[in-house]
Ligand binder design. Structure first.
Ligand SMILES: NC(=O)c1ccc[n+]([C@@H]2O[C@H](COP(=O)([O-])OP(=O)(O)OC[C@H]3O[C@@H](n4cnc5c(N)ncnc54)[C@H](O)[C@@H]3O)[C@@H](O)[C@H]2O)c1
Ligand SMILES: [Zn+2]
Length: 241
């Protein structure tokens, strides 16, 4: 399965993973574009926007509360765990579009959350930020300053946190292998990360049961799910070293 890039995997010092919603699909967390992506007949692509939030903050908050409960009850899958295990033999960095924290719960120590986290909140006006520890009495929850609190996530059309994004680019720019798992690569600017890796002549590997818009640019595409393929990759690399 990995034969075409075996030598490069062996020589690689730094491996960067770029992950998306498909990475957590086998933990029971729906993707946005998958069959089970709809929520109460709403399209998540239309709810995860700043306009939707100001139009109906209660509805958007109800959606995030449902997702947060599902995420807290979920467990990292074999794919998340295999990425964490790979740290034993390589320098590994995870650049994730996921907001579910499952990479960290699986034990990965270097995870950059490009789109924020569902377990954090921030004020829409002042600089207040916090972790969510329990449910809210009333939705939308209010800040001490009286304004509405929002989930600390990046919505469609919003810029990424610039410090995180700058760091992500520098890891993409300097990796030997980039493994792209469970993302449709349709969301910008996260979908430009493989281009940075390519500039560094890194090998690009895609793990996804379906074709993506960038499959043709990959050095290797593996059609399979992340919990099935990534453990095989980790096992193979640990034998090479
Ligand atoms: N778990 C989460 O935190 C979560 C869940 C849904 C959406 N999101 C957000 O939605 C946006 C959607 O973009 P995206 O590219 O991450 O997701 P996406 O929904 O656009 O695409 C999911 C991709 O994963 C693939 N996939 C499905 N099941 C898979 C599996 N078991 N193993 C490997 N691949 C699988 C699909 O073929 C598809 O290409 C992102 O901004 C992300 O922040 C996050
Ligand atoms: Zn405030």
């Amino acid at each position: 399965m990995f034969e075409p890039i075996l030598n490069r995997l062996k020589a690689a010092k730094k491996i960067v993973f770029v992950t998306g919603a498909g990475m957590s699909q086998e933990s029971g967390i729906p993707t946005f574009r998958g069959r089970d992506g709809l929520w109460r007949n709403y399209d998540p692509m239309k709810i995860a926007t700043i306009d939707a939030f100001y139009e109906n903050p209660k509805l958007v908050w109800e959606w995030y509360e449902d997702r947060r409960k599902n995420i807290i009850a979920a467990q990292p899958n074999l794919g998340h765990r295999a990425i964490a295990e790979l740290e034993r033999c390589k320098e590994v960095v995870v650049l994730t579009q996921n907001i579910d924290g499952l990479h960290q719960r699986a034990g990965s120590t270097k995870v950059l959350e490009l789109h924020g986290s569902i377990i954090r909140i921030k004020c829409t006006v002042c600089s207040f930020q916090d972790h969510i520890v329990s449910s809210f009495d009333k939705l939308p929850p209010l800040c001490k300053c009286g304004k509405i609190l929002r989930p600390d996530v990046v919505w469609f059309g919003e810029p990424l946190p610039q410090d995180v994004w700058g760091e992500a680019i520098s890891y993409a720019n300097s990796c030997d292998i980039m493994i792209i798992a469970g993302t449709s690569l349709l969301v910008s600017p996260a979908n430009t990360l493989p281009l940075y890796a390519k500039q560094n002549i890194a090998a690009l590997v895609e793990i996804n049961p379906e074709d993506t818009v960038m499959s043709v640019d990959m050095d290797l595409t593996i059609r399979g799910t992340s919990s099935n393929i990534i453990p095989k990759l980790t096992e193979m690399i640990s034998k090479l070293n």
